[in-house]
Unconditional design. Structure first.
Ligand code: PLP
Length: 415
């Protein structure tokens, strides 16, 4: 019996059967019995610099001793938060961006959604309250993010959380255009878009899709919000996928890779024209979180970014996307696999045959468990029955081979 209520879990099955992770190093983690696993997921897509980085631990420890945290409401600040904001502004895909810090991805989505609506209020267009989102989208679990979910199951059985939200097909610019026409462009505040859909199955944008939707949103006078909670900090071979795809986002949400998860932190980058009305004299935006820009989290973030630069991890995923595709492609001959999605950075999905998943909804979870138990490779079942591949950015080509062998062993075990 356990007292812990796990997220995204069937507690009746989990209770007393926890898989307890004990330590980590590089791309690997060990359970309490001392068995090693190759982590194909970097935990929940966040351990970009890998496990066991003493440098981050020491930066955090030094900060904890000096001043563990001080808030940043009003005119309060700490040196690490100021430095991190400057550092983020330097690497932001839009020059001169301002940085609003949060405690994680869901906070960041909530912040961006409210910010978009408040922005138009400041501009004298308060009727712009509608936010558009895409099928398969995952924008976190706060009420706004849940309302914006394109994974229907995440919205089920809650009633309407937030009105003025509309979902369009994840891969159709035409459908976005039609929705804007139907609702009226003068009512649209923002379009939320993961440059690569993550938790909804790792789905890469069709050729030309991102450029076209960017144009449509600009023409509608609305804000383009690039949700880079997963794709940020080197995951796609650039600091941000927005840079890789030339998205020029009005708002960009981030979390996870900013600290590689050593401590929680998130935020929103706002392009200068979006920040401008909020920086006028006499305007106070009554928003912020107790742990926005937590001092120790910022110290860890600075150490994490320094490692990424020193080791070239901001661009490394680009050079590994070919080897990742080569390592995973042979899995396509497996009877349980219908598709292997690769192509952008260290992100991939091994799709289990939808017909088999329809016939047996427990297959993806069983397959992921078998990859871990029989194959020694940790993966995760994503919405739609894909297995998540998002290893730490330090992974080697040999380890990519090990990862693929582990998946095959697991799939063989359940086939
Ligand atoms: C694209 C995206 N947005 C938002 C979130 C929510 O982040 P968090 O779980 O840190 O609240 C996630 C989490 O995986 C995500 O993938």
């Amino acid at each position: 019996m356990t007292s812990l209520w796990h997220g995204f879990a069937e507690m009746g099955a989990v209770d007393g059967h926890e898989f307890v992770v004990d330590r980590g190093e590089g791309c690997d983690v060990w359970d309490e019995s001392g068995r090693r696993y190759l982590d194909a997921t970097a935990s929940l897509w966040y351990a970009n610099v890998g496990y066991g980085r003493r440098e981050i631990a020491e930066a955090a420890a030094a900060q904890l001793e000096k001043l563990h945290a001080y808030h940043i409401f009003g005119d309060f600040a700490t040196r690490p938060v100021l430095e991190l904001a400057d550092r983020l502004a330097q690497i932001a895909p839009v020059a001169g961006s301002k940085v609003f810090l949060t405690s994680g991805g869901s906070d960041s989505v909530d912040t961006a959604a409210k910010l978009a609506r408040r922005y138009f209020h400041e501009l004298g267009q308060p009727e712009r309250t509608v936010i558009l989102t895409r099928s398969w989208a995952y924008h976190g679990m706060h009420a706004y993010g849940t309302a914006l979910a394109g994974i229907g199951a995440n919205r089920d059985a809650l009633g309407e959380l937030i009105p003025d939200v509309a979902v369009v097909a994840w891969d159709s610019a035409e459908e976005l255009e039609e929705a804007i026409d139907r609702i009226g462009s003068e009512r649209i505040a923002a379009f939320f878009c993961e440059p690569v859909v993550g938790a909804g199955g790792v789905r890469f944008p069709p050729d030309g899709y991102l450029g076209r939707v960017r144009e449509i949103v600009r023409d509608a006078g609305a804000l383009f919000v690039s949700d880079e909670v997963i794709t940020g900090f080197g995951r796609t071979g650039k600091w941000f996928a927005s840079g890789r795809f030339g998205l020029d986002p009005d708002l960009l949400t981030f979390a996870k890779g900013i600290t590689s998860g050593y401590v929680p932190l998130g935020g929103v980058l706002a392009a200068p024209h979006v920040a401008e009305p909020f920086w006028r004299r006499g305007v106070t935006w009554r928003h912020g979180y107790t742990y926005s820009g937590h001092t120790t989290a910022c110290a860890a973030g600075l150490a994490n970014l320094a490692i990424m630069v020193r080791e070239g991890l901001d661009t490394r995923a680009r050079s590994l996307e070919g080897p990742l595709a080569d390592a995973l492609a042979p899995l396509l001959d497996h009877p349980l696999v219908s598709e292997v999605r690769t192509g952008v950075g260290l992100l991939a999905a091994v799709q289990l045959d939808p017909a088999r998943v329809d016939a047996d909804a427990s297959l993806p979870l069983r397959a992921a468990a078998a990859c871990r138990d029989a194959g020694g490779t940790i993966t995760r079942a994503l919405a739609g029955g894909g297995l998540q591949i998002s290893p730490a950015l330090v992974i080697t080509e040999d380890q990519l081979g090990e990862l693929a062998s582990g998946l095959r062993a697991g799939l063989d075990a359940v086939a």
